[in-house]
Design a binder for this molecule. Structure first.
Ligand SMILES: C[S@@+](CC[C@H](N)C(=O)[O-])C[C@H]1O[C@@H](n2cnc3c(N)ncnc32)[C@H](O)[C@@H]1O
Length: 291
């Protein structure tokens, strides 16, 4: 049964309550520069994302993964490059940059006559040591299905030699590549949040980098997409959202999503952190969590 803990507050403060090395996977999308004001409440910059990344390193398990979905604003004609600065900072803090993936959208947000239309965001995949779970999704139809592998590899000296799988039968489906074209949920999923990412994106990363029963965190929960997907596929979830209005949207989406195996806040007698007290999300009515 999934344990779900939803916290309305500032992730910098609230993450302090999460024990060291207790999180298997983070799937999140922080604010993108100041592209959106999020109900006017946004305070964003290095002074937030740097300590946030440092604390993510503390709470993630060895072998754990962070999926950081991000894009840049264009200011005075130049992209800010904040995504890259953040990626380099993750590495400076000790994370490996396991993969730079692309989320390719099927729609564009801000048509711009000065450049090619921006149709992607980064999905940086960081890991603390090598990822301990790698459930790579195999759903790319092989056009050579039914034939034998005949490929060669080129060695460092420039010679070619038969690939190790030479002569094997080509399977119907191969491993997915690292550019994911995903339909935006707009229209099907009107939550009222201005910047949600697609459910498919969250779900496929959760499948890829975690197993059932693992602990998933989204420190910038927004409308709760990661939480909804985590619950649906039997993972535990902690979500933190600053804005009270978006927090309510997330609460409603996650409690109402169709997996009756999961319960919002989990069994009332245990806190997510196993401190044996009431989940923090219930503090208003039962102020007993000691962590
Ligand atoms: C890009 S949105 C996340 C959207 C989310 N992935 C979804 O699908 O709905 C970023 C969210 O971070 C929240 N936020 C900004 N600063 C925060 C902070 N310090 N702590 C917690 N949440 C914060 C914003 O209110 C916003 O809802």
């Amino acid at each position: 049964m999934s344990k779900i803990e939803l916290i309305q507050g500032d992730c910098l403060e609230e993450m302090k309550g999460i024990p060291d090395g207790s999180i298997d996977l983070v799937v999140t999308s922080p604010p993108y520069d100041n592209l959106r004001t999020y109900n006017g409440s946004l305070d964003w910059g290095e002074h937030i994302w740097k300590p946030c990344i440092q604390d993510l390193f503390r709470i993630i398990k060895d072998g754990g993964v962070i999926v950081w979905v991000v894009g840049d604003a264009t200011i005075k004609g130049s992209e800010t490059g904040t995504s890259f600065k953040q990626a380099l900072y993750f590495m400076q803090c000790g994370f490996d940059l396991h993969d730079t993936m692309i989320y390719e959208k099927d729609a564009i947000a801000f048509p711009n006559k000065n450049r090619y239309q921006n149709s992607f965001e980064y999905m940086f995949v960081f890991s603390k040591k090598a990822p301990s779970k790698k459930n790579i999704i195999h759903d790319r139809k092989n056009i050579s299905f039914g034939r034998k592998v005949t490929g060669t590899n080129r060695t460092a000296s420039g010679e070619t030699k038969k690939a190790s799988c030479y002569g094997n039968n080509i399977k119907e489906f191969g491993a997915r590549w690292n550019i994911w074209r995903i339909k935006t949920d707009k229209g099907n999923n009107k939550t009222g949040h201005p910047a949600m990412f697609p459910e498919q994106l969250a779900k496929d990363h959760i499948i890829s980098w975690s197993n059932e029963g693992d602990n998933i965190l989204d420190p910038f929960m927004g409308s709760g997409t990661t939480g909804k997907m985590a619950k649906q596929i039997n993972r535990n979830f902690i979500g933190i959202e600053l804005d009270p209005e978006y927090f309510k949207i997330a609460e409603k989406r996650i409690s109402g999503c169709g997996n009756d195996k999961g319960t919002l806040w989990g069994p009332a007698e245990t806190c997510f952190c196993n401190c044996a007290s009431t989940p923090r999300a219930m503090r208003s009515t039962a102020n007993t969590c000691t962590r």
